[in-house]
Unconditional design. Structure first.
Length: 147
């Protein structure tokens, strides 16, 4: 048996990412660490130096770890991922008004993917290109109870 811990995401600008998730979606700052390069490099199978700072934000029990690599060359370049690639594809967030939330997200550096707009749901990319699915709060209310 396991217990959910967190989901990690690499960001280019930690302060911008924290502002985005807190101001647009209401995530709450939990804590921040700067683990030593040697242990982090071994755990992440990367070569030091890394200069990582990990900031933990929480929304409705979900923990998002924003990771920023400050050492020169430690972070890989951005590559847009698509919804059919193996691995984690997106985060889905319920909001009161999908279009209003998307427009507010743009003010904080996001991009609306207009061709995804179903009227009641759409995708955006956060300031670092992470796909976020915006759904109305009513969608979650229609789901079966969690086990």
């Amino acid at each position: 048996m396991g217990t959910y811990n967190h989901t990690g995401q690499v960001v280019a600008d930690l302060e911008r990412a924290k502002r985005f998730y807190q101001e647009v979606f209401g995530f709450t700052f939990w804590y921040e660490i700067q683990p030593p390069d040697e242990a982090t490099a071994k755990l992440n199978c990367l070569d030091p130096p890394l200069g990582i700072t990990a900031s933990y934000l929480v929304l409705d029990g979900f923990v998002l770890e924003l990771m920023h690599y400050s050492a020169h060359g430690a972070a890989a370049p951005y590559r847009a991922r698509t919804m059919n690639e193996p691995g984690l594809t997106h985060l889905s967030i319920s909001v009161e008004d999908v279009r209003s939330a998307a427009n507010k997200a743009v003010e904080y550096g996001a991009e609306i993917i207009e061709e995804s707009d179903l009227g009641m749901a759409l995708f955006i990319r956060d300031p670092d290109g992470q796909l976020l699915e915006l759904l109305p709060e009513t969608y979650r209310a229609r789901l079966p109870p969690k086990p």
